[in-house]
Design a protein around this ligand. Structure first.
Ligand code: DGL
Length: 300
């Protein structure tokens, strides 16, 4: 299909449902945008794979989206952002942004003059192993960093399971040894905001402190602490900084045609569109048009 068949758009991709948390926040802020969202659910999860494999998947996704007239590609995936964004930026002409830099600088800004406090990073196995977020936090002089790979969270979300005993046990298992002085918990995988409430409840069980979610609209008290209201834990996710990055892009570029083209959303996946759509509808308040099955790679 010819590139011109598609309206200029902002494209998002992830291994599956997770990046929809980023996509929907960007759309909430800029409802007039045309977008495409691609979940590579045929190959999800990415977080347990090698850096070479993840980079290859990411290059295929970016190539596919660029060929459908993307003006900007948002890597709405912590795992891909940790390993492949610099490489993608070198091989494609279309601007590409990931979550790591903006998210870490937002965390640093939120901590202000409490940089000695602990920042906890919850992410996929690959993201933690890559140490990419740790490196970036260190650049902001945040040195007390506690990291935990939470590989069970992505399959739970992909199954549409966002609450109940299974999720609670997984949260308690991963968070039982979180340092009690933790100030910020980074949800560094875009799937995790789907289970933000059980994560907050588990943090409260462990520390007795209140838990506040930082959102674009302001602070939300998710869980009132049993011990005290003082010194709450802040839960942060990547979409707040991505919305700012997209805003920045729109200011700097001649984006009239993206904004004028008339808000069209395309949701794409690489396997079982009906199942992808059903699970997406559990999680997103946006009305999803038909989910389209696409082929972005050839068997190797
Ligand atoms: N949502 C992704 C991330 O932010 C990918 C998770 C996965 O596929 O393992 O890391």
């Amino acid at each position: 299909m010819n590139r011109k068949t598609f309206l200029p758009n902002i494209a998002f991709f992830d291994s599956g449902q997770g990046g929809l948390t980023v996509w929907e926040n960007v759309l909430k802020r800029f409802p007039q945008l045309s977008t495409q969202y691609m979940g590579d659910n045929a190959r999800c999860p990415y977080g347990n794979k090698s850096g070479e494999t993840i980079s290859r998947y990411a290059a295929e996704a970016a190539f596919f989206l660029a060929s459908r007239n993307a003006s900007l590609i948002v890597v709405a995936c912590g795992t891909v952002s940790s390993v492949a964004v610099n490489h993608l930026q070198k091989i494609y002409k279309v601007p590409i942004i990931g979550i790591v830099e903006g998210f870490c600088s937002h965390v640093a800004h939120t901590l202000e003059n409490q940089k000695e406090r602990t920042v906890a990073v919850l992410a996929t196995r690959f993201t933690i192993k890559s140490q990419r977020i740790l490196e970036e936090l260190n650049k902001h002089h945040i040195n007390s960093v506690w990291q935990k790979a939470c590989p069970l969270f992505v399959p739970l979300v992909e199954e549409g399971i966002a609450s109940g005993p299974l999720v609670d046990s997984a949260c308690d298992m991963y968070l039982w040894d979180i340092p009690s002085d933790v100030k910020i918990v980074m949800l560094a995988c875009t799937h995790y905001p789907r289970i933000v409430l059980p994560i907050a409840e588990s943090l409260e069980r462990r520390t007795g402190r209140s838990v506040i979610l930082k959102t674009l609209e302001g602070d939300w008290l998710l869980k009132l602490g049993s011990k005290s209201r003082e010194d709450p834990i802040f839960l942060m996710e990547s979409s707040v900084s991505i919305v700012r990055d997209v805003e920045d892009y729109l200011h700097k570029h001649d984006t009239e045609n993206i904004l004028r083209s008339g808000s069209q959303q395309h949701i794409l996946c690489t396997d079982s569109p009906s199942q992808f759509g059903e699970v997406a509808r559990i999680f997103t308040k946006e009305t999803l048009n038909n989910v389209e099955l696409v082929k972005i790679f050839f068997e190797h």
